[in-house]
Write a protein that binds this ligand. Sequence first.
Ligand code: FAD
Length: 375
Amino acid sequence: MKKIMTHRHAEIAGAGFAGLVAAIALADRGWSVRVHEKDAVLRAFGAGIFIWENGLRVLQAIGAYEAVMQAAHEAIIHETRENNRIIARLAFTPAFGSRMITMTRQHLYDAILGRARQCGVTVVTDSAAIGATEDGTLLTADGRSHRADLVIGADGVKSKVRDALGLLTSRSPCADGIVRVLAPRCKDELGPGTWDHVIDFWRADRSLRILYCPCNEQELYLAMMAPVSNLEASAIPLRHDVWVAAFPQLEPVIRKIDAGGRYDAYETTNLERWSAGRVAIVGDAAHAMVPTLGQGAGTAMMNALSLAVHLDEAPSIEAALTAWEARERPLTEHTQQRSDFTARQRLMATGEGWTDEALRAARHIPTGTTQPRID
Ligand SMILES: Cc1cc2nc3c(=O)[nH]c(=O)nc-3n(C[C@H](O)[C@H](O)[C@H](O)COP(=O)(O)OP(=O)(O)OC[C@H]3O[C@@H](n4cnc5c(N)ncnc54)[C@H](O)[C@@H]3O)c2cc1C
C-alpha cells in the first residue's frame, strides 16, 4: 500500500549524474528538490562515456532517453586488438542482452540536466557542500544550513558530505589512469577499416591501451590508459609521440588531439553504510569503481532512481534508506569487485573481460524501471 505523504523536500550536494537523476526521480514523486553544485558552470568532465542497458532503462524511466539517443552511437561490435591484430570480437546482438551506447559526456549531461529543469528541480551553482548532519541538514561553504527531509551526498569520489559523517571505510587506488579526449572521427584519414566499431587497442607489452569509441558522426572518444608509473604516457600535455609510437594505426586521430586535458587516476571506495540518519550517499561518493566495465555512471543512476522509489514506498525515511541499501548494495559491490579484478588481471587485453559475471549489472533490470528492452 502506498503511503500518503505530505510535501517533502530534499537538498542534494553535487549536480553530477547521480545527483541529477536522484533529483529528477524525487521531483517526479512530488518532492521539492534543490541541488548544490560547487562549480560555477554545469558541465560534465571526461570527454565520452558508454552506457549499457541498465543505464538506458534508467534514462527512460526518468524521461531523458529520447534526448540522449538523438546524438548517440550504438556499437554493433566490440573488437579487441593487440598490436593492431584482432584477437577477439563481441557482437551486441539481441541475444547478448545489452546494448552498448556511446556518446559525449556533455550530451548525456545536457539531456539529464534538461529533464531536471523540466521537472522543476532548482540547481544552485557556486554552492559547495562542506558537510551534513544526521538530522537532515546540509552545510554549505557560504556558512548556511539547509534543512530537509532528506539530504543526499552525490558529491563524487571526494565527497565532503560522506566524510563529515565518517562513513568511508576503505579506498583502494588502481595502478592505472586514463587520459580521456574527444577527437574528430577522421574516417577518411584512417583509411579502410571497421571505424564504426568500438575498438579496444592494446599494447600489452607496454601496458598501454586506447579505447576507441565513436560518439556520433563527428566525434570520437578516446580513453587512453597508462599506468600511473609511466610518466611519459600519463603526461599532460599529451605526449603525441609516445602514443603514436605505440598505436601508429591511429596516428591521424592522435595528432588531432588537443594537447591539454587531464590524466585521471581512479579507485574503488567502500562505505560502512550508505546512509546516516536522514542523509543518503549516492554514486561515486558511495561506491566509486575502476572504469573497466563502464558501470560507474550506470550504477550511480540505478541507485539514485532506486532511492526515490524506496522513499516513495517505505513508511519512513530511515526505513526507506535501510531497504534501499539492502536491495542495491550487493549488485553494486559485485560490480566494483569485478571491475577491479578485470583491471588487475588485464582481462580486457585478451578480450576475456566481459563475461556474464562481469556484465551482471548491464543486464540487470533496475528498480523503478518496468519497460521492456528498447530496440
Ligand atoms: C576514466 C573513467 C572512465 C569512465 N567511463 C565510464 C563509462 O564509460 N560508463 C560509466 O557508466 N561510467 C564511467 N565512469 C564512471 C563515471 O564517470 C562515474 O561513476 C560517474 O561520473 C559518477 O557520477 P556521480 O554523479 O556520482 O559523481 P561525479 O560525476 O563525480 O559528480 C559529482 C558532482 O558533484 C560536484 N561536487 C563535488 N564536490 C562537491 C561539493 N563539495 N559540493 C557540491 N558539489 C560538489 C562535482 O563538481 C560534480 O558535478 C568512468 C570513470 C572514469 C574515471
